[in-house]
Design a binder for this molecule. Structure first.
Ligand code: HEM
Length: 319
């Protein structure tokens, strides 16, 4: 093969690159000579990925349940990847911020439109049996889901609404004591915290607090106000933030709630009698009214949060 001027130029550039690091180019060329070609399966660790499903029971539908949770956690990871890019970007621009929130919205769109995999994709008889072998584990214990919330809004917005006014100037650690989800996964009969909730707090409390403190001035709300204050045109960003608010606080919770209804719906007295949780009062978005960006909604829209007007807005989200 001829050493063309182009190849010669590349070799010289490589030589400069290695010299700058005090490295010997010839040794690296040896490395290239002996190295295997990269394969698809090694690159994405496919064998490892496909070995991560370990059902606890012989029911075939349990694998669907495991895989869909794993898929969801990967989408949550993608969302957090974008959250980090936004919050840690030097000289953040509205354009960059908007484009990244758009990506997160695409992930949540995929998640909400695929929830059928849970709602209709398993036999109820199998589900009701295999879930007994998984207790007290629950998707409620998804740490990434809570981290997305912490990155998306001011921490005070995540405080139970009855305590928000009182705690508005309190340190984040005191606000954390009243974070809304501490009122979920509680026993319907006694109101006590379930083991599910206790385990979750024990594993993640420190991490959540550290993230909340780190994001105090770099969560999406804070960054939005900063850019707006600098006189930037934030109209497109507002549109994407509104979508995010609806995806995370209404649409995903509604799709998820449909699964809970399909598999677990019972009379509340029967739930209490079996030591069940308060999920019927906790999960529907219209009860909790979790809203990241109240300044982007009208009073009426917030009043009706999680009700029919939202559904009509949801239809336009996917345009
Ligand atoms: C058949 C499917 C599912 C059922 C029946 C179900 C049921 C429930 C119930 C009853 C709760 C309330 C907590 C409690 O009372 O124990 C809950 C919470 C939760 N689940 Fe699921 N779930 C399902 C699928 C999923 C999937 C696929 C995920 C994805 C990670 C997930 C993530 C969550 C999260 C993040 C919460 C907390 C929601 C909040 O705080 O508002 N769940 N789930």
């Amino acid at each position: 093969m001829d050493i063309t001027p182009e190849i010669n130029e590349k070799i010289q550039k490589l030589q400069q690159k290695f010299e700058a690091m005090g490295q010997d180019m010839a040794s690296y060329l040896d490395g290239l000579l002996y190295a295997d070609f990269l394969t698809y399966w090694d690159y994405i660790h496919l064998d490892t990925l496909l070995s991560l499903q370990s059902p606890k029971t012989p029911f075939p539908d349990e694998e669907i349940f495991i895989m869909y949770h794993q898929i969801t956690e990967l989408y949550f990871k993608l969302s957090l990847h974008e959250c980090k890019q936004i919050s840690e970007k030097e000289n953040l621009t509205v354009k960059f911020f908007t484009a990244r929130v758009k990506r997160i919205n695409a992930y949540f769109n995929a998640l909400t439109t695929s929830f059928e995999v849970m709602v209709d994709g398993m036999e109820k008889e199998q589900f009701l049996k295999f879930r007994m072998s998984l207790l007290p584990a629950s998707g409620f214990q998804s740490g990434q889901y809570r981290m997305i919330e912490i990155c998306a809004t001011d921490f005070l917005r995540l405080v139970d609404k009855s305590k928000r006014e009182e705690l508005k100037d309190a340190p984040i650690a005191s606000q954390f004591e009243h974070i809304y989800w501490k009122f979920g996964a509680t026993e319907l009969a006694s109101g006590k915290q379930t083991l599910t909730l206790k385990q979750f707090i024990q594993k993640y409390a420190d991490q959540f607090l550290a993230l909340a403190i780190e994001r105090k001035n770099s969560n999406f709300s804070a960054l939005y106000h900063q850019l707006k204050g600098e006189g930037e045109d934030v109209s497109e960003l507002e549109e994407e933030l509104r979508k995010l608010d609806l995806f995370v606080n209404v649409e995903w919770p509604l799709s998820h709630y449909k699964s809970a209804v399909r598999y677990l719906e019972k009379d509340p007295t029967d739930i209490a009698a079996t030591g069940g949780t308060n999920w019927q009062k906790y999960l529907p978005p219209r009860f909790q009214k979790r809203i990241f960006y109240p300044f982007l909604w009208t009073e009426e829209q917030m009043e009706e949060w999680g009700k029919s007007w939202v559904l009509s807005v949801l239809k336009t989200l996917r345009k």
